[in-house]
Ligand binder design. Structure first.
Ligand code: NDP
Length: 453
């Protein structure tokens, strides 16, 4: 296939087709990136910082345009899509401070001075999924550019439109040609070429754990650096002493936002057995209250699934009403609409409890005590995010330390802030994105000893 026809997931209309990048074009783009990177790295740090601020300003001027592209291409509700575009601007602004703060060390040694430099790795290949096409891309490209690298970006086949526009905006903002290129195409062509091309010195991959393992194995051949942000099956742990009203009101949004297509989705709600009935009584109206509907409506909170193939995968986890406790609503007619669905699995090993469904489906499971809650939360190959609801500060700290996960929140379900590190334990990933150290992750430390003899 040399092109893909993009389908609006909310109504199944054809948007446009996008031509795939060929292998030869990928190699050319990478060569172009190599020379653009040299030009970029040779600029004064303050000039690179100014370039990133101009890029942020260009994104700011295009927030509405980018949001509308995401609404059409990915089926995101407009208010969410506007937030995403604004987040890209904010991530660029945050990392625009980095070029002038890439600090090395001075290390006391005998016979001279010893200093370290944080050198850019060169060309960075970023491979992103379809669930948050522009925000996840920005988590890679903003710190990578800030550290003096060039970027080639492969969007997911289904959702390339915002990534293509962002590369245009970089040019409009005056960044050197070739410094930031979006190369749409297939994962097993463009993505694999990023991994196998020796001029790409680091891969940032976000997507499924299965593909992440392949990418990591491919990087091993060239000892290529790799950051992986993979799947999740995060736990929302509700203790009996929690503010149950608040926990239940917030729970739907921790798993149904973006129609559950979120690696941080709290798709297992673990509730202390003594308050399970009360919690479910509170959860049912909260789920019914999630506004699922027209994606251009400002008040819509959840849109459709991204594609028919993905809809079929999610639906296969709920073949009948067997384990369904209750559901929310969803439009009927065209579009890949799936209602928010709450399951009460009878077994802790059911595949709805263990697999990343990546749709608006949540399992509620009871636990007996703190030790059982921790064991159940950790009974997963994943460890990306999670929440702990309790009024007991000591327990909040004990459980936060005991859960094997990269991003936890107490009495809150918030996972992502551009100023704090993000990433997974176990098979949820390798390395961290965002936060104050992200640009450093796109550098090699060089040590130089200068003799005073
Ligand atoms: P993938 O992991 O296959 O896709 C993620 C990205 O990797 C896409 O850009 C894809 O390209 C690319 N890719 C695919 N194969 C290769 C390869 N061999 N080498 C390099 N890049 C490659 O995810 P899927 O889209 O298939 O989603 C499957 C499931 O993965 C979901 O249902 C969900 O459970 C999970 N997932 C988790 C995400 C997360 O954020 N943690 C994000 C997305 C999915 P292309 O689009 O062309 O396939």
């Amino acid at each position: 296939m040399t092109s893909i026809e993009l389908i609006n997931p909310a109504d199944e209309t054809v948007l446009r087709s996008v031509t795939h990048t060929t292998l030869a074009e990928v190699d050319d783009a990478i060569l172009h990136a190599v020379s653009a990177q040299r030009e970029w790295a040779a600029l004064a740090p303050a000039e690179r910082a100014a370039g990133l601020r101009r890029f942020a300003a260009a994104v700011d001027g295009a927030v509405e345009e980018l949001a509308m592209l995401e609404v059409a291409n990915s089926g995101h509700p407009i208010s969410q899509a506007r937030w995403e575009a604004g987040h890209v601007r904010d991530v660029l602004t945050y990392y625009s401070a980095a070029p002038e703060r890439m600090l090395g060390s001075t290390i006391p040694v005998a016979g001279g001075i010893d200093v370290t430099f944080l050198e850019p790795v060169g060309v960075v290949g970023i491979i992103v999924p379809w669930n948050f096409p522009m925000t996840i891309a920005a988590w890679g490209f903003a710190p990578a550019l800030a550290a003096g690298n060039a970027v080639v970006l492969k969007p997911a086949e289904w959702t390339p439109l915002t990534a293509l526009r962002l590369a245009e905006l970089a040019l409009e903002a005056g960044l050197p040609e070739g410094l930031f290129q979006t190369l749409p195409g297939r994962g097993d062509v463009v993505g694999e070429r990023f991994v196998s091309n020796e001029n790409v010195r680091k891969i940032v991959f976000t997507g499924s754990t299965a593909t992440g393992k392949k990418v990591m194995a491919g990087c091993a051949h060239q000892v290529k650096a790799v950051t992986l942000e993979l799947g999740g099956k995060s736990a929302n742990v509700v203790f009996a002493d929690a503010d149950l009203e608040k926990a239940a009101a917030a729970a739907p949004y921790s798993v149904f936002e973006n129609a559950g297509q979120d690696c941080c989705a709290r798709s297992r709600i673990l509730v202390e057995r003594s308050v399970l009935d009360r919690f479910l009584e509170l959860l049912e109206p909260a789920v019914a209250g999630v506004k699922v509907g027209p994606v251009t409506d400002e008040s819509t909170e959840m849109g459709p699934l991204v594609a028919k193939a993905h809809f079929d995968k999610v639906a296969s986890y709920v073949p009948d009403d067997d384990q369904v406790a209750f559901r929310g609503s969803a439009p009927t007619g065209p579009g890949f609409w799936f209602p928010p669905t709450v399951l009460l699995p009878t077994s802790r090993t059911d595949r709805v409890v263990t697999d990343e469904i990546f749709g608006p489906v949540v399992s509620v499971l009871p636990f007996d005590d703190e030790a059982d809650a921790i064991a159940l939360a950790n009974d997963s190959i994943y460890g990306l995010s999670g929440s702990i609801w309790t009024r007991d500060v000591g327990r909040a700290i004990r459980v936060s330390r005991a859960i094997e996960s990269g991003n936890l929140s107490v009495n809150s379900n918030s996972s992502v802030r551009y100023s704090t590190p993000f990433g997974g334990f176990k098979q949820s990933g390798l390395g961290r994105e965002l936060g104050p150290d992200a640009a450093t992750a796109f550098t090699e430390t060089k040590n130089v000893f200068i003799s005073t003899d």
